[in-house]
Design a binder for this molecule. Structure first.
Ligand code: PEP
Ligand code: MN
Length: 333
């Protein structure tokens, strides 16, 4: 249920209303927007007397929210959320470019790529240290050592770092990571999501390989319901019946997620297509769809990459793409 407050509603009366609703065992999410304040009621609202609420002089209207996702729902929070990762803002008109290799391999590799993508205009550096691989015989990532190398690259460039967490057990290692990625394979690892809610650091939540938008939003709800509002959604392609492409990039998900939720939406055209030459056109399409950011795999030596070389752009290809993305953004403005 949401309670829309009247413009300039008396603050003391509003506080008293919030306390009264809390005394009924409800969680209250207060969203103070530019034009209106909305109270989002979470929990069993069946005993709440809507007519009584509506009769209060500080209340504009009361509506039931039928969707099962509440905290992530745009009805609870009409304005776009802006997620802040250090000095980088994402959402609400703030656009971010995330780039870097699939996996951290060596200090030289990650620092070289970090410098190159920074020079090209990237805002954040990605790189996997804990890698979810389909085969147990494939490179599994440098793990803790990979995180240390990412920190070195951050120190060299000033770029905030984005890296995947696969298990809540590893959380102590992620204290100094700027944006924690939940990969497609872990989108419904509910214990991990709850722990990330308590951990409190910004989370990049990727859509699962075969998950619906509602399921993605419910996973974001797990993080938010556990107390963390800093969530970015990521569309990275889903399994359909594509044969020549790694996945099917569901770009209509971007405007639909924006309609349903206030959370920022980033697109990953690298995992969506699996082919480097498909990445630039899909990145431009993602920008045109209204995405709040684009995450792209970039490697200084794609042929010898330990993971996902075929979909990795070379630094010069990335630099050319950033310029085109900026041009698309200008058209949208
Ligand atoms: C990744 O970003 O490196 C990754 C493994 O992505 P996904 O979880 O989308 O497959
Ligand atoms: Mn990858």
């Amino acid at each position: 249920m949401i309670v829309v407050m009247k413009k300039n509603a008396d603050k003391e009366k509003q506080d008293r209303l919030v306390d009264w609703l809390k005394s009924m065992g409800l969680g209250i999410h207060v969203s103070v927007g530019e034009f209106q304040t909305v109270l989002g009621l979470i929990g069993d609202t069946s005993k709440v007397d809507m007519d009584l609420l509506e009769s209060l002089d500080i209340v504009e209207s009361v509506k039931r929210v039928s969707e099962t996702f509440k905290c992530v729902n745009r009805k609870f929070h009409p304005d776009d959320s802006v997620v802040e990762i250090g000095s980088v803002k994402v959402g609400g008109g703030h656009f971010c470019m995330i780039a870097g290799p699939c996996s951290v391999e060596t200090e030289e590799q990650i620092v070289t790529v970090a410098k190159a993508v920074k020079a090209a205009g990237a805002d954040m550096l990605r790189g996997g240290a804990f890698k979810p691989r389909t085969s147990p015989y494939d490179f599994q990532g440098l793990k803790a050592q990979g995180l240390e190398l990412l920190k070195i690259a951050r120190a060299e460039t000033g770029l905030p770092i984005v890296t995947e967490i696969m298990s809540a057990d590893a959380l102590p290692l992620f204290e100094d990571v700027d944006l924690l990625q939940v990969g497609a394979r872990n989108m419904q690892n509910f214990d991990l999501l709850k722990e990330l809610g308590h951990f409190g650091k910004p989370v990049l939540l990727k859509r699962g390989l075969a998950n619906t938008l509602k399921e993605l939003l419910m996973s974001a709800e797990y993080i938010m319901a556990s107390g963390n509002e800093q969530v970015i959604l990521c569309e990275r392609g889903i399994r359909t019946y594509s044969d020549y492409l790694r996945n099917t990039l569901d770009l209509a998900a971007v405007p639909m997620l924006h309609e349903l939720s206030h959370l920022p939406v980033v697109v990953d055209p690298s995992h969506a297509t699996g082919i480097a030459r498909m990445v630039p056109p899909m990145a431009l399409a993602a920008a045109a769809s209204g995405a709040d950011g684009i995450m792209i795999e970039v490697h200084n030596d794609p042929i010898h990459a330990l993971c996902d070389g075929a979909q990795s752009l070379k630094p010069e290809e990335y630099a050319a793409l950033v310029k085109k993305v900026q041009a698309v953004r200008e058209v949208l403005a």
